[in-house]
Design a protein around this ligand. Structure first.
Ligand code: EPU
Length: 431
């Protein structure tokens, strides 16, 4: 099992280039099978989650060709199965986007039911409700979600809560339904907008993505396209937090600064200086960080996917900070690991963390409990004195491409290792 060994205490300095957005890519790669012509997609992050989804797409008969490290060509003409099995869903929940894509295109889909995951129970009732409103019969049977429709008809759908997954999934099916669909209380995240822009580039008629009302005029079929995925807001935010925690000076390039506003605003409250260019943000960490409070909210609020990384920064900020998680019920599993590094953090009622800032963290061996929590532990280790070992980095690799290479480029001492001998070698080399 691979681990990261990190020698902390070095301010990160330099420039880092951000890749394509994982969560936009997952929706877009699934949507690409909805036409019978070649679709070229660029800026696809080469991470575990996108690679598993590409395997799932290949498995049902789509032809997937890698044109370059971040470009793929997908042709859904030869799809011969509408059934996506548990092997893929258990590795990556977002394979469920194939439900909306297959239902829209073939009026039937069978996709294994995703269970809960490390961050929460993750129900799919809003996806089901949306598909049913479009005229599909949706059954959950023998671990599968089975959706069938003689005809898909546009509908007026109110989501009970803003959900990224259901908004995108139902939007995909509605694109090929007869007539008009209105999605109310839709999620507004940048990747919802990117998925809508991608579908529109294939001939869909979607308006209003990025607001809470999305209007879709159904079309008969979609056509091939060329599309480039937006930069990853969360990868960018993670490097911004790493700069803040290590009191570094980092230019984060290839970003859309607008998508980072909630993150920048909170870092400014801690005392960091942030400057923006057209497609870059620069974070100047300060020797004294100050406490602040965070509440995770749907976009444009503070993203739940940045909550652990921000908490790692606040662990080192003077005073008491309160972090409230409102999206997922189990997103503080890393708090105990941060405490092993010297953080003073107490989780109350499962969704609130009270953090009394400390002046230093010290390296320790810790476990990454999930993707973003893993990134937070790397940030803490980069700021901590001495050596840390992060276990279970397989989670981190789900969403961060070349994480350690990009961090090395900023002067960090981090290496991926496989065994104790590698750890000893790293320590000898670094001294
Ligand atoms: N929810 C329901 N019913 C549903 C769907 C969602 O109750 O049918 C609830 C969820 O339990 C949660 C809230 O609605 O409490 C929001 O969930 P949402 O559907 O927005 O999340 P998701 O689509 O499953 C995506 C990202 C997550 C990110 C969330 C929130 C992808 C592949 N995943 O998940 O990303 O945290 O939106 O922004 O896009 C990550 O990248 O680390 C990650 C977990």
């Amino acid at each position: 099992m691979e681990q990261y060994i990190i020698k902390g205490g070095i301010p990160l300095i330099g420039e880092v280039e951000i890749g394509g957005a994982k969560n936009a890519a997952l929706a877009i790669l699934a949507a690409a099978i909805m036409c019978d012509e070649p679709v070229y997609i660029e800026n696809v992050p080469n991470v575990r989650d996108t690679n598993v989804l590409l395997q799932a797409i290949t498995e049902i008969g789509a032809v997937v060709e890698r044109i370059g490290p971040h470009s793929v060509k997908i042709n859904g003409k030869k799809i011969n199965s509408i059934c996506v099995d548990y092997e893929f869903i258990k590795k990556i929940r977002a394979s469920y986007y194939l439900l909306g894509a297959l239902l829209g295109k073939y009026h039937q889909a069978e996709v294994a039911l995703p269970g809960g995951c490390n961050i929460g129970s993750r129900p799919i009732d809003q996806h089901k409700k949306g598909f049913e409103a479009l005229g599909a019969e949706v059954l959950i049977e023998s671990g599968m979600v089975k959706a069938n429709a003689k005809r898909l008809r546009g509908s007026h759908i109110y989501f009970d809560l803003a959900t990224v997954g259901a908004t995108i999934n139902v939007m995909m099916a509605a694109v090929l339904a007869e007539g008009d669909t209105i999605l109310e209380n839709a999620a507004k995240e940048p990747h919802v907008v990117d998925a809508a822009n991608f579908l529109n580039s294939m001939g869909a008629k979607i308006k209003g993505a990025g607001t809470d009302v999305i209007r879709i005029r159904g079309v008969k079929s979609l056509h091939g396209t060329e599309y480039s995925i937006i930069p990853d807001q969360i990868e960018a935010g993670t490097f911004m937090m790493a700069a803040a925690a290590t009191k570094g000076d980092v230019i984060v390039r290839n970003v859309i600064p607008k998508h980072l506003e909630a993150i920048s605003a909170k870092l400014i409250e801690t005392g960091c200086q942030i400057t923006e260019e057209d497609d870059a943000v620069r974070v100047f960490g300060q020797s004294n960080l100050y406490h602040t409070n965070i509440k995770t909210l749907p976009y444009p609020g503070f993203p739940t996917d940045m909550q652990p990384q921000m908490t790692a920064v606040l662990a080192l900020a003077r005073g008491t900070s309160i972090v409230t998680e409102t999206i997922f019920e189990n997103r503080f599993k890393y708090a105990g690991e941060l405490a092993r590094m010297g953080a003073d953090i107490k989780v109350e009622g499962g969704n609130t963390a009270i953090i009394n800032g400390v002046s230093r963290l010290t390296g320790a061996e810790v476990n990454a409990p999930d993707l973003r929590a893993g990134a937070a532990l790397v940030i803490a280790a980069l700021a901590a004195e001495g050596y840390s070992v992060i276990d279970d980095i397989v989670y981190i690799e789900r969403g961060y491409e070349d994480f350690e290479i990009k961090l090395n480029g900023l002067g960090a001492q981090i290496q991926k290792v496989k065994c104790e001998k590698d750890i000893q070698k790293f320590k000898l080399k670094i001294g």
